[in-house]
Each structure stands twice: as C-alpha cells, then as structure tokens.
Design a binder for this molecule. Structure first.
Ligand code: ATP
Length: 190
C-alpha cells in the first residue's frame, strides 16, 4: 500500500490541512494519507500547544468517515525530539509492506536541507510537495525524488484559529465540524 505521511502539530487541525490530505489521496497514486501528530518536544514546552492526546483526538475526529485518511500517533512512543528519518525507519520496520512517501508544503522544503539525514530521506523516499505562496522551491524542482503537486490552498493557520478562540470568535467552517464541536465544549486554547 502507498502511504503519504503528512506531519504536523495540528494544533488544531484545520480545513487547510484536510484539503491537502484529501487532495493528495485523490490526485496522486497514494492509497492513504496518515496525518502524523508530532508530540510536544519536552525541551521546548510551549504553552500554546494543546496536549498530544487532544490534538490526536481532533485529527481522529477530522478523519473519521474517510477510509483513506488516518490519524497517527506513531511519534508519541519514539524518543523525543522526533526526527523524521527515525520515524521513517521505525515505520518501515513496523509496516514492511507499505511504501511510504512524505507530504510537505513548499514552506518546509525551504528548510529541508537542515533536517537530520536529509540526503538519506531524499535517497530513499519520495516527497510530494505542494507549493505555497511566497516560498520558492525551484532548487528541488527537478530532483528525481520530488514530485510537485498543485493543490488548492486555503489561507488558514492554526495560529489564527487559536487567536480566534481566545477572542471569543466562532471557528465554524475553519475546522471540520466535529472539531468545531469538540473545541466549542472544551477550554483548550482559551
Ligand atoms: P501554526 O499556525 O500553529 O504554525 P499550522 O496551521 O501552520 O500551525 P501545522 O500543524 O504546523 O499547522 O501544519 C502541518 C503542516 O501543514 C505543515 O507542513 C504546514 O506547512 C502545513 N500547513 C499549515 N497550514 C496550511 C494551509 N493553510 N494550507 C496548506 N498547508 C498548510
């Protein structure tokens, strides 16, 4: 099975993320997209970051009902901070029959050369890149491991959503409905 890994803090997950996940599963050869929730880095505690299990639950709520999208807590059990290369090696061991690719926005590709063992990632994994405004990714455009995918983009960030909640604004339509209902009943981000 071909699986695309979409990593994020998903703090909280929003429709911008869901549009990308769904687009990748519909318009590429991927069978599934796993949305991998990054655990809190114990050395970088951020008061803005909701706890790991709340963020995972919101991704589960967002992906429920779509068999091709999954929430993954795979990094919760790995040493922290989690490096993508270590997660990839672990996943390959655990799911030897799966063919894993990475999904990332052009904003991440710009910093990719600073990732641990980025050359090994490029050598062994395909990276599906969706362009984001203001980020130039040309340096990698012709790399054999990189596949550029044109995806519809929403100008939404989790930062904006957290601020809206703090300001007492409604976040309906910015996040999937079950996530909106979950956050409506919860003190998270307020
Ligand atoms: P924050 O505002 O807290 O920084 P975020 O909305 O950017 O959060 P992340 O959890 O950091 O969310 O995002 C996970 C991945 O999704 C990252 O690779 C990020 O670049 C990408 N992403 C975030 N927002 C969007 C969006 N509106 N459209 C497409 N990709 C997005």
């Amino acid at each position: 099975m071909k699986v695309g890994l979409f990593f994020g803090s998903f703090n909280p997950v929003h429709v911008g993320h869901m549009i990308i996940a769904n687009h990748m599963v519909e318009y590429t050869d991927l069978d599934q997209v796993w949305m991998v929730v990054s655990p809190q880095n114990p050395f970088k505690k951020s008061s803005n970051l909701a706890n790991d299990y709340d963020r995972l639950q919101m991704v589960e709520l967002a992906t429920n009902g779509n068999d091709r999208l999954r929430a993954s807590n795979i990094e919760f059990a790995l040493p922290k901070p989690s490096y993508t290369i270590d997660t990839l090696v672990y996943l390959k061991e655990k799911y030897p029959n799966n063919d894993f690719s990475l999904i990332m926005g052009g904003d991440n590709l710009v910093h990719f050369h600073k990732w641990k063992n980025y050359e090994a990632i490029l050598e062994h994994y395909r990276i599906l890149v969706y362009k984001r405004p203001n980020y130039v990714t040309e340096a990698y455009d012709n790399h054999p491991s990189i596949q550029i995918v044109d995806a519809p983009l929403m100008q939404i960030s989790a930062t904006f959503i957290r601020q809206a909640l703090r300001d007492g604004k409604s976040i309906q339509y910015l996040v999937p409905d079950p996530v909106w209902k979950f956050l409506d009943l919860s003190p998270i981000y307020r």
